[in-house]
Design a protein. Structure first.
Length: 296
């Protein structure tokens, strides 16, 4: 049976824990806003890249798209699969959902080489028996995200140059109107030629004809690399936003449970304290009555 001291200790611990949870909630909410802003900035940057691609498609000369990097098809079924997860806990079933989505979607008959981003997800994916060739640490800040993306792009370029892969697929959690986000799959490479050809149907927005001095093929390859960079960065920002939303929900539930525990322990403490005071008063009265009888 708990004593007053033990109840007081539980109450103090619970209140301290509540402060920690409240701080973590504030950080998660701030991170959500920060990464949502990044998604908007990346959208604007992607629009500029698409204008550059449109300019080449409209005014470039003798472009053979089949020979352009990130478009050409080597004809094999070797895939590089990139999966975004998380490094930290307290995010519910965030990693479980993306893991189950990947396992259910992948064709077991194809040669799939998998890169995992996020240590927590790596621990789950290692139990699936899939061919995990590399794990990459998920950046813990906006400033470090570019380094992670360029590391992935370097791996992609090396494998394409060696003709070890033909397709690159990206799995991540899209931050949308749903509570926990939506597991999503996109094909990064090869880029669909139809998307580039559609750029010719759009009217150039100004009367100034764009001009460049380097070769059309080189410029288009560079723009497509930046296009893939933006898609990867956007997926990373969406994944982290969704992770933070899951963490916020988990922390809100934890805060509710802590508040309930504090209420129950407060009630129990007050009842215990009142009972102790009553017993002490009864002992005083009983002692007084005994003393009075002895005097009589």
């Amino acid at each position: 049976m708990e004593t007053l001291d033990s109840l007081k200790k539980v109450l103090n611990t619970s209140k301290s824990l509540k402060q920690v949870v409240s701080t973590m909630k504030a950080l998660s909410a701030a991170n959500i806003k920060k990464y949502e802003k990044i998604v908007k900035i990346l959208y604007a940057y992607r629009s500029n890249i698409e204008m550059g691609i449109q300019a080449i498609m409209l005014y470039g000369k003798d472009l053979e798209l089949s020979n352009i990097n990130y478009i050409k098809n080597t004809g094999n079924n070797k895939n590089l699969v990139i999966v975004l997860g998380s490094n930290q806990g307290l995010c519910g079933r965030f990693n479980d959902k993306i893991k189950n989505f990947v396992v259910d979607d992948l064709d077991k008959n194809e040669d799939n080489q998998i890169i995992i981003i996020g240590e927590r997800l790596l621990n789950l994916m290692e139990t699936t028996g899939l061919n995990i060739i590399k794990s990459v640490y998920l950046p813990n800040s906006i400033e470090n995200s570019s380094n992670t993306i360029y590391e992935i792009l370097q791996i992609i370029d090396e494998k394409i140059a060696k003709k070890e892969i033909n397709n690159v697929f990206l799995y991540y959690t899209l931050s949308d109107d749903t509570v926990n986000g939506t597991p999503t799959k996109i094909r990064l490479i090869p880029i669909d030629k139809k998307l580039l050809e559609k750029a010719k149907d759009n009217v150039w927005p100004t009367n100034n004809i764009p001009y460049w001095q380097i070769k059309d093929k080189v410029l288009l390859s560079d723009l497509l690399k930046q296009y893939i960079f933006v898609i990867l960065n956007n997926a990373l920002a969406n994944s982290i936003t969704s992770e933070q939303r899951n963490r916020l929900i988990t922390l809100q539930n934890a805060e509710t449970n802590i508040n309930e525990l504090i209420r129950n322990k407060n009630l129990e403490y007050n009842q215990k304290r009142q009972s102790t005071i009553t017993n002490e008063l009864l002992d005083v009265v009983a002692g007084y009555q005994v003393s009075k009888k002895k005097k009589q």
